[in-house]
Design a protein around this ligand. Structure first.
Ligand code: ZN
Length: 157
């Protein structure tokens, strides 16, 4: 199974990650799941990284060390609801999320794992010195461990 990413949307996510460097960027993936299980991204939404703006619930029990926008990201719940409604009206599903790892590898952190949901894809973009150098997608397996997901970039929309 693969995650199909139109190259134009891949470029958009990378440029978002470069623009917000050295802060993390984050966003939403909307698209379709084919009968064969392949997921096709149709739209991406850039969302604001609201970490630090409010003491949001999912992070309340997290250790407060390293709680900066460089290390954590969170998507406002109202954005998620909006995406779900928008998708419902257009036959699109929320497929997952993307975020960047400034000056770090494109591998999920323990925090990423703890707050991940099973059915979603998690794209991570590694940004070094302002350049997006790595683009990987991850999905939880049955033991709640992240497995890398096949990413297929295409020129067709
Ligand atoms: Zn992360």
């Amino acid at each position: 199974m693969a995650l199909l990413v139109p190259s134009s949307l891949g470029d958009r996510m990378r440029s978002h990650a470069e623009r917000t460097y050295p802060q993390e960027c984050c966003g939403l993936l909307l698209g379709n799941i084919a009968p064969d299980g392949n997921k096709a991204i149709v739209e991406v939404w850039e969302t604001d990284n609201v970490w630090g703006e409010d003491d949001s619930e999912p992070f309340r029990d997290a250790d407060t060390e390293n709680c900066t926008a460089e290390r954590r990201y969170t998507i406002p719940p109202q954005t998620l609801l909006k995406a779900q409604k928008y998708g419902r009206d257009r036959g699109l599903q929320t497929l997952g999320f993307y975020h960047s790892h400034p000056d770090s590898v494109a591998i999920p952190s323990e925090t990423d794992r703890r707050f991940a949901w099973a059915q979603y894809s998690y794209i991570i973009i590694s940004v070094r010195q302002g350049k997006a150098i790595e683009f990987k997608s991850w999905q939880l397996d049955g033991d709640r461990h992240f497995q890398e997901e096949n990413v297929s970039m295409s020129n067709e929309q």
